[in-house]
Design a protein around this ligand. Structure first.
Ligand SMILES: [Mn+2]
Length: 268
């Protein structure tokens, strides 16, 4: 069976309980993590080591917290006081863990589902989504990643255009796939609001609510947005249930779309 798991954020103990609940078997099952596997919770290092150690049957897409860890590892950017991933940066196996993150995709296709941390902007079809994601991945895996990453910390450009240069395209792609909540129907991004989908800033909608969205007929599983509640939209599966905030860590079994939730056992 294939299970997709929402934002763990270092909540390793709750993850282990969820794996017991779904009766996870290393021989039989595969796990796909929706990103933000690290940060905020107490056990980022254990969580990342666990996922990495299951190379043959676990994978993950990059989320904004995972990307922030990469930024702190490669650039002059400093962790902020709330960040809890210093144990990774100081670990003896730091290089292997960071290399593992650098080689993760931004989108995964599995059993016809698209898995992504935040979402896919309305103007992109499937092929172009993968083309843009792969442009970023190639640079994360290239020899000059320490030159690439410092240029990736910006909200600009907010609009996609095929005339953007590689750095601009990469920034838009990272911001859309890893951070987006609200956007305009043309994919213009907005990063000041984190509220529920029905409280969009004027002129914007939650990315999955746009009528003209190219991927309406594709099933998309995503994390990132823990305040989304009661979303009942065809082909849309939000899976971040706010584990770090004391709510739930959730999984969906792709084979039959059955969802599982484990109440957080973290003490934060
Ligand atoms: Mn996130």
């Amino acid at each position: 069976m294939d299970y997709v798991i929402g934002d763990v954020q270092g909540c390793y103990d709750t993850l282990q309980k969820l794996l017991v609940k779904i009766n996870f078997s290393e021989d039989r099952d595969r796990l796909f993590f929706l990103g933000d596997v690290v940060n905020r919770g107490k056990k980022s290092l254990e969580t990342l080591r666990y996922i990495k150690s299951h190379k043959d049957n676990a994978n993950m897409v990059l989320g904004n917290h995972d990307f922030h860890l990469l930024m702190c590892a490669f650039t002059s950017r400093k962790p902020n006081p709330k960040d809890t991933f210093l144990d990774i940066i100081e670990a003896p196996d730091k290089n292997a863990l960071i290399d593992y993150l650098l080689s993760r995709p931004l989108i995964i296709e599995c059993q016809g589902f698209l898995l992504v941390h935040a979402g896919i902007p309305p103007q992109w079809g499937k092929n172009e989504s993968f083309v843009h994601a792969e442009l970023v991945q190639r640079q994360l895996q290239g020899d000059s990643v320490e030159l690439f990453l410092p240029k990736m910390y910006s909200n600009e450009p907010t609009n996609w255009s095929k005339n953007l240069d590689i750095e601009q395209k990469s920034r838009y792609t990272i911001n859309a796939l890893m951070r987006m909540r609200f956007c305009k129907s043309n994919g213009e991004l907005e990063f000041t609001h984190k509220m529920n989908a029905d409280k969009a800033p004027k002129g914007y909608k939650a990315w999955f609510l746009h009528e003209n969205r190219m991927l309406k007929n594709e099933e998309i599983v995503f994390g990132h947005w823990s305040t989304l509640r009661d979303i009942n939209i065809k082909n849309i599966y939000p899976l971040d249930r706010g584990c770090f905030w004391g709510d739930y860590l959730s999984a969906i079994r792709l084979n039959d779309r059955v969802q599982f939730s484990q109440r957080s056992i973290e003490s934060n």
